[in-house]
Design a protein around this ligand. Structure first.
Ligand SMILES: Cc1cc2nc3c(=O)[nH]c(=O)nc-3n(C[C@H](O)[C@H](O)[C@H](O)COP(=O)(O)O)c2cc1C
Length: 226
């Protein structure tokens, strides 16, 4: 075992030595992807990094489906388009005076129109029952998959692959399960379309820290006043 926790001595894959700060500041939803193939070895490495994430009770109750089969992609593409035809229409109406949101919706539309051409889809799933209560059981359940997804996205960003966390293709979980051959005990939680980006990564805009951090009690925006 490598002293830094590396499982092999093969050295760092180009890009993965990007400073963490840079990867975090520039990782974003990349939807416009080229059709160029994505190497299995690279994908494996990103999935290995995903598996370094925490899970509740260290259960590691995850499953990842790597989809390259055009027939499976076509089904998920259909589900995605169906969900977006409604979501997109509502979104455009609600945000008609917000050019930023309209640009985002254009990108989502592009992704919907080209879904079948995405080189590979990664579907992170969870095994086991999701208890409906107490509510922390629900958050703990889904909390066991999203850290691994973020690891994957940061790794993809570092090596220059485009990726995004999306959920629209899973609007009908029963149909998604059937398309992916998942048993009832396995729940698909997200879809990550992966490919080489047509554009480039760049800094994201997020709400400032002063607006979202409270000190000791909710609403005490002491950092804002400071
Ligand atoms: C839980 C979740 C679900 C999402 N579902 C979708 C989706 O179905 N389709 C999509 O295009 N983007 C989806 N996104 C991506 C968000 O729209 C995106 O992360 C957000 O707009 C920020 O974009 P940026 O990182 O490029 O700034 C989802 C993100 C999250 C966290």
């Amino acid at each position: 075992m490598h002293p830094e926790g590396r499982d092999n001595d093969m050295g760092v894959t180009p890009g993965l030595d990007m400073p963490l700060d840079e990867a975090m500041r520039t990782q974003r939803a990349i939807r416009r992807l080229k059709t160029d193939p994505v190497d299995d070895a690279l994908l494996r490495e990103l999935l290995e990094l995903a598996l370094k994430a925490p899970t509740g009770s260290n259960a590691q109750n995850w499953e990842f489906i790597v989809v390259r089969d055009p027939a499976v992609k076509a089904k998920l593409a259909r589900f995605n388009r169906r969900a977006f035809s409604l979501y997109g229409r509502i979104g455009r109406r609600a945000n008609q005076n917000d050019p930023k949101m309209l640009r985002l919706l254009d990108a989502v539309q592009w992704q919907a129109d080209h879904f079948e051409e995405v080189p590979v889809l990664v579907i992170p799933c969870l095994k086991g029952a999701r208890l409906p209560f107490p509510s922390v059981a629900v958050t703990s359940y889904y909390g066991s998959i999203f850290p691994s997804i973020q690891n994957f996205l940061l790794g993809a960003r570092a090596v220059g692959l485009g990726a995004a966390l999306i959920t629209l293709p899973l609007w009908n979980v029963i149909a998604a399960r059937r398309a992916l051959g998942l048993p009832w005990s396995v729940t698909p939680c997200a879809v990550i379309p992966v490919g080489w980006p047509q554009g480039r990564y760049g800094p994201t805009t997020r709400r400032p820290i002063e607006d979202v951090v409270s000190i000791d009690r909710y609403g005490n925006r002491a950092w804002r006043e400071a």
